[in-house]
Design a binder for this molecule. Sequence first.
Ligand code: CA
Length: 230
Amino acid sequence: MADRILVVEDEALVQDMIRLNLEHAGYQVEGASSAEEAWQILALRPADLLVLDRMLPGMEGVELARRLRNQGNGTPILLLTARADTQAKVEGLDAGADDYLAKPFAMPELIARVRALLRRQTSARANPNSREIRLGPWYANLDTREALTNEGRVTLTEKECGLLAWFVAHEGALFDRVEILENVWGMDSFPTARTVDNYVLRLRKLFEPDPDEPRYFLTVRGRGYRFVRE
Ligand code: CA
């Protein structure tokens, strides 16, 4: 059965354009012109995904996202933001949106984002133990190596993913660089301790709110590294 998408957008022309394109891509689409209307529709007919405009009359899109998440509703949300405003993106993702798209956008990109979110949802359902790590507004899936980061949507390299998985599995513990090398890179390869430093810098660049003031991937001076989440 076709996935059901609810498009929440107050500008009629934009809503129509999005609906037509999604229908053309094979989805079953419904529209709402306000967050209040979307809330009522969702109470009657759950959707598989929400395309949610941030700027709506009355309740804002971000507020709707927050209310749905507070209610335990995990429907994937693609948030449409008016501009590539970092603050707006972070606010939206913090409220529980899964991805964002800045207006104006190209329809093929919207369709691609929708498809990717639905695919994630399907694989998460098929594999409830899929290892997804959330760091603030960002996430990384250790199975698919897909991640949403400071640099947008990226595919992590095998070693970036391996190091991240190692840190998460040993949260709070302190390791020196040689221990990390032996466990993540293996004894049969010949990287140097500097390799670990470079990879930690890379993870910080991808996931830290401020890579210069790490809050997850901590340096313990003269000892090594420790990973913590709030
Ligand atoms: Ca709007």
